[in-house]
Design a binder for this molecule. Structure first.
Ligand code: FCB
Length: 482
């Protein structure tokens, strides 16, 4: 949990540990464990005006002074739109078996509604074929935050119509790619879209309105439900959603006040999404909390039933845990409306990434086990995990100036893969792991200054250089373990 200032086919659920000479155990992942990498359209594609793409709320937001580090935009980004063939060749070289990308809604419907733009669909058609030619499974995310600006102008996710439009858009993408793509996910991290977009305003569209944040939560979930229903009736085999559940911890495990703070924050971050998706509806305590801030007239009869329709896969993005204390003088956090005067969000300590996020792999084991226990029956896929570190090309390298010896990233990934393996050995049905990210990219409000890639991108030349972590990951994939 961070403030963000802060295939899956059936397989035996066997993870094994074998002693290796030298005393270090060798960890093997289950057969058919899906190894891959993830990216998102706005963060890598560039080509912001090519082939009829319309503006998105991120184009607008990044041009708003003071919102994104040094006014960086996604106009060019990694120029992946023009370089996708080379990027796919690199994925194949690294041995990736799966690639999660997102489709930019503004390429498909430049104004958010109306007929699909064939040239926008052509790009994802080419990308899909390039992946399949190399034996890489495509995993689609339909919405990774780049809402068409025209819909933003009509209230974005605070407008119920956006959820209906999302289902129409999903149907258009499926009509073109559904014959070749098996795994479909609707939204990426609706927590961020709602609370960072409308609560603390750190992300597009940059609103700061607690009631709007809760309205957006519901319309995002409704959009998921409507799109999932549309995809299924069109014939989609695997439909899911990606969330970023938080491992919320008490500052003092003995304190009842801290336990209450955990319950509140867990409700606002986790149960407000997971209960409607996987347990039939919103939890009572969360409903009561929301009603103190806004009358939830946006929840209509039938919505919860739609949202709760079974899914085939739950994508989990995990980066860091978060610690909270229950305190009457707690400042709360605008990303968690209604926590002021109740919750103190403990500043992260300890080993941190370049984002200032705590490095605590055990949080991933706890989170996976908790979800498997509280929401049984749905297979899990880690759709994102990785770390930003201040990579210095050339540093410590015997191999010349472009090599990046990112030992801190390797340690981060190694720790989290061990944590994921631990969860599997405790019975969690985890189907795969997608590293965030393939490439250094536009890290939202942080612009290009934070680097998450296992492949270094020189933004002046667009040269890609696999970092040491990419070579390490290649080895992990080839031996299906550590
Ligand atoms: C996740 C986002 C992804 C990236 C990583 C670091 O919240 O889904 O786009 O920014 O964080």
């Amino acid at each position: 949990m961070s403030e963000r200032s802060e295939r899956t086919s059936r397989h035996s659920n066997e993870a094994s540990t074998t002693p290796r000479s030298g005393g270090v155990d060798e960890l093997r992942f289950p057969d058919h464990f899906l190894w891959g990498a993830a990216t998102a359209a706005y963060q890598i594609e560039g080509a912001a005006r090519d082939d009829g793409r319309g503006p998105s709320i991120w184009d607008t937001f990044s041009r708003t002074p003071g919102k994104v580090y040094q006014g960086h935009t996604g106009d060019v980004a990694c120029d992946h739109y023009h370089r996708y063939a080379d990027d796919v060749a690199l994925m194949a070289e690294l041995g990736l078996r799966a690639y999660r990308f997102s489709v930019a809604w503004p390429r498909i419907q430049p104004d958010g509604t109306g007929p699909a733009n064939p040239r926008g669909l052509d790009f994802y058609d080419r990308l899909t074929d390039a992946l399949l030619d190399r034996g890489i499974d495509p995993i689609v995310t339909l919405y990774h935050w780049d809402l068409p600006q025209a819909l933003g102008d009509r209230g974005g996710w605070t407008n119920r119509d956006t959820a209906e439009h999302f289902a129409t858009y999903a149907t258009a993408v499926y009509a073109r790619l559904g014959d070749r793509i098996d795994v479909w996910t609707t939204l990426n991290e609706p927590w961020c879209s709602a609370y960072l977009g409308y609560g603390n305003g750190v992300h597009a569209p940059g609103e700061q309105d607690p009631g709007a944040a809760f309205t957006a939560v519901h319309h995002l979930l409704l959009g998921h439900g409507l799109a999932a229903r549309a995809l299924r009736s069109a014939g989609a085999r695997s439909v899911g959603i990606t969330v970023n559940p938080a491992d919320v911890r008490p500052a003092d495990p003995e304190s009842a006040a801290d336990a209450a703070a955990v319950r509140l924050v867990d409700g606002l971050h986790n149960r407000i999404f997971l209960d409607p998706l996987l347990a039939g509806g919103y939890p009572d305590d969360v409903r009561e909390h929301v009603a103190r801030i806004i009358e939830p007239t946006f929840i209509r009869d039938g919505d919860e039933k739609l949202i709760a329709a079974p899914i085939d896969l739950l994508g989990i993005n995990y980066y860091a845990p978060g610690y909270v204390a229950g305190r009457p003088d707690g400042a709360g956090n605008d990303a968690y409306p209604g926590t002021e005067g109740a919750v103190h969000f403990v500043p992260p300590t300890g080993p941190l990434t370049d984002m200032g996020w705590m490095i605590e792999p055990a949080g991933l084991t706890r989170l996976l086990e908790r979800i498997a226990t509280d929401y049984p029956g749905v297979p899990l896929l880690i759709t994102e995990n990785g770390g930003a570190f201040p990579d210095k090309p050339g540093a410590d390298s015997p191999d010349g100036p472009t090599q990046v010896m990112d030992t801190d990233r390797i340690a981060y990934l190694d720790g989290h893969l061990r944590a994921a393996h631990e969860a599997i050995s405790r019975g969690v049905d985890l189907r795969g792991y997608l590293v965030w990210s393939l490439l250094d990219n536009f890290e939202w409000a942080e612009g290009y200054r934070k680097r998450f890639g296992i492949v270094h991108v020189d933004y002046l030349t667009q040269r890609r250089t696999p970092k040491a972590s990419a070579r390490w990951y290649q080895e992990v994939i080839s031996r299906n373990g550590l």
